[in-house]
Design a binder for this molecule. Structure first.
Ligand code: T5A
Length: 221
């Protein structure tokens, strides 16, 4: 178990992760929901992976470089190296202060992308998780689900130049979707699937309902 894990000291905060394939609408919803949680008088820290701390942002640039072609184990190690730094220097301190941490992607993305998508053994990923994070895990994970084509259309419509993962083919994105749904089925106490095909307001309402039901917080819609 990693030495930075202090479960008792962190019990006041909540760690909520937002997961899903490309163009699912996570970033859009994190900013909406963060505002609502703040309005309820709870202090929020929003962050993302890969990245979220200076060290992890350096690793992010290596990971998303469209001309780089990491072998898959190296890629998974880089994601967990970034995550360990992010956890130790940003997530754990915020939780100790009682903040609700909203994180755009976390370890389920490594399970889905490097595991289901790129074929790395899922047990190897769990070993890396244990080394990096020990028993620490999200209080709640929202898995944004939508058809692959719709996510890709949203990314194309945004018009940014694609990173390494956005350049992958449709089969890869199909495996990701299956991976996220498998994760949700395996851990229903932690994971909630959100229908990301709905319009933005409907997605926000679904998340607000989920936070109320699972974490007991009442937010305005
Ligand atoms: N990765 C990450 C791994 O391979 N392994 C890992 O362990 C981790 C942590 C990170 C990449 O790294 C990979 C996964 C990723 O490929 P990133 O740049 O941080 O990449 O981007 P993503 O997390 O993939 O986020 P995206 O920008 O692709 O998508 P979001 O945040 O899910 O979507 P968002 O909110 O930006 O919306 C996309 C577009 O759709 C519109 C928005 O306006 C926007 O234009 N939209 C909607 N349109 C219609 N209806 C709705 N309900 C909509 N919601 C949003």
């Amino acid at each position: 178990m990693c030495s930075g894990v202090l479960p008792d000291a962190m019990s006041a905060g909540k760690f909520i992760t937002f997961e899903g394939g490309e163009g699912a609408g996570k970033s859009t919803q994190i900013s909406r929901v963060a505002e609502k949680i703040e309005q309820a008088g709870i202090s929020v820290f929003t962050t993302r992976e890969p990245g979220g701390s200076p060290g992890a942002e350096t690793i992010r640039r290596l990971l998303l470089d469209p001309v780089k072609n990491w072998d898959v184990p190296t890629e998974a190690l880089l994601h967990f190296a970034a995550r360990a730094d992010h956890y130790t220097t940003r997530i754990a301190p915020a939780l100790r202060e009682g903040k609700w941490v909203l994180c755009d992607r976390f370890a389920d993305s490594t399970r889905a992308y490097q595991g289901y998508g790129l074929g790395l053994n899922l047990e190897a990923i769990e070993m890396l998780y244990d080394i990096s994070l020990g028993d620490f895990k999200p209080d709640l994970t929202l898995i944004f689900d939508l058809p692959v084509e719709t996510g890709m259309e949203r990314m194309r419509a945004r018009g940014d130049s694609p990173d390494r993962y956005e350049q992958m083919d449709k089969d890869f994105h199909g495996r990701l979707r299956k991976g996220f749904l498998d994760i949700a089925a395996r851990e229903p106490d932690r994971c909630q699937i959100i229908d990301a095909l709905q319009d933005m307001d409907a997605v926000t309402i679904a998340i607000v309902a989920c936070l109320s039901e699972r974490l007991g917080v009442r937010l305005s819609v």
